[in-house]
Design a protein around this ligand. Sequence first.
Ligand code: NAP
Length: 351
Amino acid sequence: MSILIDPHKVPKRTLATGDEIPCIGMGTFGSDRYTPEQVSKAVAGAIRVGYRLFDCAAVYGNEDRIGKVFAEAINQGVVKREELFITTKVWNDMHGKGDVLLSCSKSLRDLRLDYVDAFFMHWPFPNYHAPGCDGDTRNPNSKPFCKEEFMSVWRQMERLVDMGLTRCLGMSNMTIPKLEAVLHLCRIKPSLIEMELHPCFQQTELFAYCMDKNIQPVGFCPIGSPSRPDRDKTDNDAVDTEAPAVVELAEKHGVHPALICLKWAVQRGQIPIPFAAGEDKYAANLKCVTEDPLSEEEMEILKDVDANCRLIKGQVFLWPGAKSWEELWDMNETGRRIYTERGNINPSLST
Ligand SMILES: NC(=O)c1ccc[n+]([C@@H]2O[C@H](COP(=O)([O-])OP(=O)(O)OC[C@H]3O[C@@H](n4cnc5c(N)ncnc54)[C@H](OP(=O)(O)O)[C@@H]3O)[C@@H](O)[C@H]2O)c1
């Protein structure tokens, strides 16, 4: 017998637009390991279990399958469209003039929807790699972040709101310097920002910056993405589910360490979007945020788990001449911030 969680018992957050969004959702990236069939089967099961938020993207290559699942669930009366919060993202190879509308239209067609609840810019530059590539892959056409190019994509995204194709907008994989460069130029501000967030990578400064600006953080890789593609693995990566404090709290609460990561995420204020292919896991992930919260003291303990360990380094997006993946995140190799004067990031200006 499946676990069923009443969606009304899952806390909601209110975005700057006034739209409500569940405090946890399900990711749909198969990490180059799970097929579109496996991911869409998990989405179908997750709707029945009680999930209402799904994080999709054109580049995940499974929106047509997931759209079939949404249509079936809506047609069979399992869920109403307005009860779902569905997001998608424009991939980096669709940043050209007119391309964003094409990308959104294709995603809507594939997802079998009239609108999405949030439309994200997946990465803040047009650099892209072939699906399934390895970590040494470089695209010679890759370029550093450029404020003007970013804004030309954002202007196209603002039109999607005007056209009623999305209710709100989101950015992803941003940094404070990049946000400082573009936020004041946005006619429609982002309501959501997707960033890597897990106990070993808490991004305290960026998180606080977004909260201060009323931009809701959405945390990807909330369990530390144990099944992430090999190109995103290095020998020194921290393992959230093996961090002693996480393991200790898991034993105390009688749950898997993954669930401590998710409780922490929700109680801290971000929206985690874990993926799991198996029903036992995705059901437990949703259930855990409806019961047995962490105490304030336990939340304090988890602050110290932060190891500043970014897992999705994005090195495949580096441009010719870039020294290391840190430059993608406006840091130099020693981890110090590269400053910008509200403009294009200049890697030579580091302090
Ligand atoms: N905006 C972006 O650039 C970006 C980047 C990355 C990800 N994302 C989004 O974030 C979502 C989540 O990230 P992710 O899938 O990489 O990482 P994740 O959610 O941290 O990790 C997913 C993996 O954790 C394991 N897991 C899940 N629930 C578990 C449980 N209850 N107990 C034990 N293990 C559990 C599963 O491993 P097994 O498969 O081994 O069971 C699953 O594949 C993606 O699906 C995608 O939607 C966005």
